[in-house]
Design a protein around this ligand. Structure first.
Ligand code: UDP
Length: 314
């Protein structure tokens, strides 16, 4: 029997590389595609020797060509951390609009099923808590985060249009804050920022008064949720994240305890439009996919810390 083939855009990124690992493990042929503006070959170098793995260095926003059959397309290409999309606003908008259009066109041609990486950012600075998939969000289209939030919202709309108009099989995952090995130490997100600071002997920089909340999901849990969603027959958006909510202050204290750091927390201005609270309602994932996170923060932070120890000063 020929193996099923999956295209993963952003395949050299944090999530894309973990998904590549998972699909190789499940016995698929994997094509990882990346333009490497935020992804890194280091994340997938262990896959290069495998006969079922291919890497295509290209920009999904321009044109994508894949010879032969294709069963699944996972669109994970995009700058995804606030400082990355502030540095690359046009590329972020393009990959969420032109990029998804190319993926959907390819999927139509190949009769492939598409899963897109959407985000909790579609809820903006949410006025409903925890966030359910029915909530439409509170997004500032012209604020600094608008380039990411609106690209992802457009991406959902475009995907739904291909689903309803062309009958394409589509899946939408709304990903909440996720962490684990292969995050970039300098991507600006709170977890690599705090761990990097703790390990380098610097004070931890909490933005605002540190009372804003986030809910952190370990990458293996996320990948399991995505895999189940892809294999399901559910076309509406599904939140995947860990509902264990904590303030940024509590998180800083946790990292200080975990690393044995002696430094303190210092406060810096809150970035514009920074969401005050975020926690997924995962009722749909539980009921439709039989999924819920298995890793506590304590369990997920262990391998993550080990990974970052190898990167700091390395
Ligand atoms: N944050 C912080 N210090 C940092 C980096 C981020 O206090 O060095 C805060 C940020 O203001 C936000 C939260 O941590 O409230 C999570 O930020 P992140 O960049 O990880 O992603 P977001 O969830 O905002 O997309």
């Amino acid at each position: 029997m020929t193996k099923k083939k999956v295209l993963i855009t952003g395949g050299a990124g944090f999530l894309g590389s973990h998904l590549s690992d998972r699909f190789i493990k499940e016995g698929y042929r994997v094509i990882a595609m990346d333009n490497l503006i935020t992804g890194s070959l280091e994340n997938i170098e262990h896959l290069f020797g495998k006969k079922d793995f291919e890497f295509h260095h290209c920009d999904v926003s321009r044109f994508i060509h894949v010879p032969g059959d294709l069963d699944y397309i996972l669109h994970f290409a995009s700058p995804a951390s606030p400082i990355d999309y502030l540095k690359m606003p046009i590329q972020t908008l393009k990959v969420g609009s032109l990029g998804i259009h190319n993926c959907l066109g390819l999927a139509k041609e190949k009769k492939a099923r598409v899963l897109i990486a959407s985000t909790s950012e579609v809820y903006g600075d949410p006025l409903v808590h925890p966030q359910t998939e029915e909530y439409w969000g509170n997004v500032n289209p012209v604020g600094p985060r608008g380039v990411y939030d609106e690209a992802k919202r457009f991406q959902e709309a475009m995907t739904m249009a291909y689903h309803t108009f062309h009958g394409l099989e589509t899946r939408i995952v709304r990903i909440f804050n996720t962490y684990g090995p292969r995050m970039r130490l300098d991507d600006g997100r709170v977890l690599p920022a705090f761990i990097g600071q703790a390990l380098r002997g610097e004070d931890l920089t909490a933005f605002g008064d540190g009372s804003q909340t986030r809910s952190f999901c370990y990458v293996d849990d996320l990948v399991e949720g995505i895999y189940r969603l892809l294999m399901s027959d559910y076309a509406m958006p599904v939140n995947i994240g860990n509902p264990d909510e904590i303030t940024i202050n509590q998180f800083a204290e946790e990292i200080i305890r975990l690393t044995g750091a002696k430094q303190k927390v210092i406060y810096q201005p809150l970035p514009e439009d920074d969401p005050k609270q975020r926690k997924p309602d995962i009722t749909k994932a539980r009921e439709i996919l039989g999924w819920e996170p298995k890793f506590s923060r304590a369990e997920g932070l262990k391998p993550t810390l080990e990974y970052f120890k190898g990167k700091v000063g390395g």
